[in-house]
Ligand binder design. Structure first.
Ligand code: SAH
Length: 351
């Protein structure tokens, strides 16, 4: 057990969400999570095409919104800065007036990752959270695999009702505590009668981020794109997962030492956005990326590449869009300011 977790659990059981926050801060501050030698590989690290087509998606929306002369472009949890670097390169080539309108903002808590981001994106402004993003111009925001890293609460069905899962210090390490009853207001009707042992998850942190972003969109104009792995809710199931060196590990045994994430409940995210901004999606990542032209981008990259590089581009394209890989497990959801145009890549909302 790392000291930060030992200290946290020293005085008794702690709600899971708090434990996960401490674990994530420690993990991202101390470890190199990305890339072949790291614990997991994200879409922007698989291929430059991912960030490039997202950059062009933003440029298209900006143009159709009337080309506002100044915009704040922000990313939540930029990791190594790869997505944004690829997006800005594509924007610079395809839409110089948009590039000229952008002020760049990165929301990142890990000092170690900030240093990596600074190498690639020296002109960015850094923020600990959304609160300090400026509000004097429209906001365009992207967040890939950010919401899944935010803490979740877990509720578990027991014989006589529901409990809130907490973590306590056991003789052999951290273990579950089930001694506190759950507030039933947090357990949606459709899942309340689940069998003993069933788990219902909720990320109050992810919902709060989505709502805060949507309120800003209503105030200042703009749009946000959230991409993550997840499902429609309300759902049952324990999706907390821990990855260390590409292998699954026990989340409680590896607190702070492995990447911990959970499936995003896109129904809950949409519900948080809807009072303030228009919701598009969730749409499967594969459908979204094909809809905004990743296939064309793959073809033009292949046309300029060697034979081996062509095979790599084709493999990366397939990994991002195919149903058996990331194409369906991952979902895209856009939040768009009232009065702004519909974004590319999403079916028109049902009315
Ligand atoms: N978007 C990147 C990285 C995803 S990993 C990619 O796709 O490769 C999650 C990122 O979110 C990391 O940069 C991590 O440091 C950051 N992060 C996690 N929790 C955060 C929080 N509460 N506030 C700000 N950044 C956070």
């Amino acid at each position: 057990m790392i000291p930060a977790i030992a200290d946290l659990l020293a005085r008794g059981p702690v709600p899971l969400a708090r434990v996960l926050q401490v674990a994530a801060d420690h993990y991202y501050a101390a470890h190199e999570p990305f890339g072949p030698a790291g614990d997991f590989v994200t879409a922007p690290e698989i291929s430059q095409m991912f960030g490039e087509v997202i950059g062009l998606w933003l440029a298209d929306l900006w143009q159709r919104a009337g080309s506002p002369p100044a915009v704040h472009l922000a990313e939540l949890g930029p990791g190594r800065g790869t997505l944004m670097a690829d997006a800005l390169r594509a924007i610079g080539r395809a839409a110089p007036p948009f590039a000229a309108a952008i002020t760049l903002h990165l929301v990142e808590r890990s000092p170690r990752l900030r240093a990596q981001q600074r190498q690639r994106l020296p002109d960015a402004n850094w923020h600990d959270d959304l609160g300090t993003l400026p509000a004097d111009a429209p906001l365009l925001l992207v967040a890939n695999e950010f919401l899944d890293a935010l803490p979740i609460a877990q509720f578990e069905r027991v014989e006589d009702g529901w409990v809130m899962r907490r973590v306590e210090r056991g003789p052999a390490g951290p273990r579950w505590d089930r001694s506190v009853g759950a507030n039933l207001a947090f357990i949606p009707e459709p899942v309340r009668n689940a069998p003993v042992g069933a788990v219902h998850e909720r990320s109050f942190a992810a919902e709060a981020v989505a709502a805060a972003v949507a309120r800003r969109l209503a105030d200042q104009g703009g749009a946000a794109l959230f991409i993550d792995y997840g499902h429609a809710g309300p759902a049952l199931g324990d999706t907390l997962q821990s990855l260390k060196g590409g292998q699954y590990a026990d989340p409680l045994e590896t607190l702070g030492e492995a990447d911990i994430s959970a499936h995003v409940d896109f129904t809950a995210i949409a519900r948080a956005v809807a009072p303030h901004a228009n919701v598009y999606g969730p749409e499967a990542q594969g459908m979204f990326l094909e809809g905004i032209g990743i296939g064309h981008r793959a073809e033009s990259l292949k046309a300029m590449a060697s034979i081996e590089a062509r095979a790599e581009i084709a493999a990366a394209h397939a990994r991002l869009v195919s149903v058996g890989a990331m194409g369906r497990l991952f979902q895209a959801l856009a939040a768009v300011a009232p009065g702004w145009p519909a974004p590319a890549g999403f079916p028109k909302p049902a009315r």
